[in-house]
Design a protein around this ligand. Structure first.
Ligand code: FAD
Ligand code: NAP
Length: 536
């Protein structure tokens, strides 16, 4: 075992959150180091290299705002940037701010243990390094631990297997191959059209159909880029006023579905469908509150599916039931139309789950399907997975697993009582996945850094959420979620995709403006809801 390094802070993860935290730590004069399991920066965009991967928040918005020169100099090429372009951006940021010299790559943090005696954390990595640190910043990502269902016979399959969230770095060529893909979430919906063009035959195994809106992706017009860049600050600030921290340029209609007649509703939905993307959910103001209003929007999309897909039986199988936007809305290019291809087959496994994998393929409904390759597009152990995979032991030996046995509990999505000086970025209780995540990440990091500087100025050693403040935040989060339709389906927001995971609505649903305002108020009131300890 190597000697123990002593640091002010460790940052776990070198995605957009970890990179920005490191930059701010250096600026503020803290001695910090990042540990990253992968061999380079980028996080999500390092791991998710499947065909068709791209952002669904527009490129001019899905980028850092903290540095004026950076946002002026970087040029996005498409409305929705591809994974390679976003990864180049992450690398550009790492080079520009010389981040790599303080990042330990290929190094997984395996354990964090709080030591009462010196009020520091002892960090252990899979490289047998030991670090003593005052602060731990968990930039581990809310969609970074993959969900690999434990299908029976998994080890028996003799062909190639892939998971969309751990796609190889080398090019994968399916030409001449028969391919099966399990799952129809965003990752599958982005990749299926391209895999179908490449493979000899593609079989899609669908447990639950999803709502998807066309991206209408296009090259960015230089005049549009110029216009945004002429006042980027204002554009960023307008977006921060939006519920999700994006889309200020696209009006969020506030009127009710019930104030419009059939023609007006149809015209409005058509307008939003033609515009493309996540803004479809803002066609009317009551789509996320009223199940009846929501159903009108849902039916519009089902009608579109029936128009696009030639075979009526296939179209019906692709039509999602229930609430649109309850699961994360998908954004696609040619997804539904791909089912008109002769080399694509859809298998509904809702009532006939995958029984087993065999050497040649997989069995469902008593039928064996044979493949050269199987792709698991089965998503993530979202929001808590990456944190829970580290053995985190807080005050009095309490582990995070024990603390969160009935579901995650945080104060502001930033701090956990009994885990002093440990901060989470975009974890449970944060607007996180319901927002443009770069907006949320920048706010979290700025808030944490202000707090660390405050503590240094005031000679404070530890900060910790008070249990009542945490309880209040959890209750407020649940109340807000229950005012919406979001807890009404089996989504990963609720942990429903991972067998045995407690069913709790994890992200904060109050929206960016309310959340930011709350965090600012807490800080202005000398961090109300937090307890500090002074230097011994
Ligand atoms: P991540 O990018 O997930 O980085 C976390 C890093 O931590 C990873 O590199 C991981 O290897 C590392 N790590 C985790 N545990 C450990 C450990 N124990 N030790 C060492 N390292 C560890 N959000 C949007 O707002 N808009 C989008 O359009 C969008 N598109 C997405 C598309 C895909 C395919 C996916 C999966 C997510 C998308 N997201 C999107 C969400 C996306 O995760 C965030 O936008 C953002 O990239 C998260 O950055 P992060 O730094 O918080 O986490
Ligand atoms: P996901 O939305 O969780 O989808 C996983 C899919 O796998 C679902 O269709 C699920 O079915 C299916 N599945 C899981 N376990 C299964 C099992 N045992 N048997 C059969 N099917 C199973 O995961 P994802 O597609 O990777 O997306 C996760 C999130 O990442 C998105 O919601 C989004 O936030 C982000 N993302 C964004 C983009 C983008 O457009 N920018 C692209 C990709 C991902 P059920 O629905 O029945 O559980």
């Amino acid at each position: 075992m190597a000697d123990t390094q002593v640091l002010d802070a460790i940052i776990v993860g070198a995605g957009f959150a970890g990179m920005y935290t490191l930059h701010r730590m250096r600026e503020a004069g803290f001695n910090a180091r990042v540990f990253e399991a992968g061999d380079n920066v980028g996080g999500t965009w390092y791991w998710n290299r499947y065909p068709g991967a791209r952002c669904d928040v527009e490129s001019m918005e899905y980028s850092y705002s903290f540095d004026a020169d950076l946002q002026q100099n970087w040029e996005w090429s498409e409305r929705y940037a591809t994974q390679p372009e976003i990864l180049s951006y992450a690398n550009h940021v790492a080079d520009r701010f010389d981040l790599r010299r303080d990042i330990s790559f290929n190094t997984r943090v395996t354990a964090l243990k709080y030591q009462e005696a010196n009020k520091r954390w002892l960090v252990t990595t899979d490289k047998n390094e030991r670090v003593s640190t005052r602060f731990c910043i968990m930039a581990t990502g809310c969609l970074s631990s993959i969900n690999q269902p434990a299908f029976e016979g998994l080890e028996n399959f003799g062909g190639e297997t892939y998971h969309t969230g751990r796609w190889p770095h080398e090019e994968v060529n399916f030409s001449g191959k028969t391919v099966g893909i399990i799952g129809t979430g965003s990752s599958a919906i982005q990749s299926i059209p391209l895999i179908a063009e490449n493979a000899k035959h593609l079989t899609v195994f669908q447990r639950t159909p999803n709502f998807s809106i066309p991206a209408h992706n296009q090259d960015l017009d230089p005049a549009f880029i110029e216009e945004i860049k002429s006042d980027y600050e204002n554009f960023r600030s307008e977006n921060r006023q939006m519920f999700g921290g994006f889309g200020a340029r696209r009006a969020a209609y506030e009127d009710s579905v019930w104030d419009a007649d059939n023609d007006k509703r149809h015209a409005r939905f058509e307008e939003r469908w033609s515009l493309g993307g996540l803004g479809f959910l803002r066609s009317f103001g009551d789509l996320s509150q009223s199940i009846e209003a929501n159903d009108i929007a849902a039916e519009f999309v089902r009608e579109k599916i029936r128009e696009i897909v030639d075979d009526p039986a296939v179209a019906e199988t692709l039509c999602p039931e229930g609430v649109i936007g309850c699961k994360r809305l998908c954004v696609d290019t040619n997804y539904y139309a791909t089912f008109n291809r002769e080399n694509v087959q859809l298998i509904d496994i809702k009532n006939e789950p995958i029984e087993t994998l065999t050497e040649a393929g997989l069995v469902t409904g008593g039928v064996e399907y044979q493949f050269d390759a199987i792709i698991f597009a089965t998503g993530f152990d979202a929001m808590t997975g990456s944190l829970q995979r580290i053995n985190i032991e807080g005050r009095s030996g309490l582990t995070l697993k024990e603390k969160w046995a009935a579901g995650p509990r945080t104060y502001l999505g930033l701090s956990i009582s009994d885990f002093p000086n440990l901060f989470t970025i975009s974890g449970p209780g944060s607007p996180s996945v319901l927002s443009n995540m770069i907006v949320t990440i920048e706010q979290h990091v700025n808030w944490i850094m202000d707090c660390l500087v405050f503590m240094r100025d005031e000679a404070l050693t530890t900060i910790e959420a008070e249990p009542q403040a945490e309880e209040g935040w959890v209750n407020q989060g649940n109340e807000l979620a229950n005012m919406t339709l979001m807890p009404k389906c089996n989504s990963w927001y609720l942990g429903a995709n991972v067998p045995g995971k407690p069913r709790i609505f994890m992200p904060y649903v109050g929206g960016i403006p309310l959340y930011f305002e709350t965090c600012e108020r807490v800080a202005a009131n000398r961090y109300e809801g937090f307890a500090f300890s002074a230097k011994a």
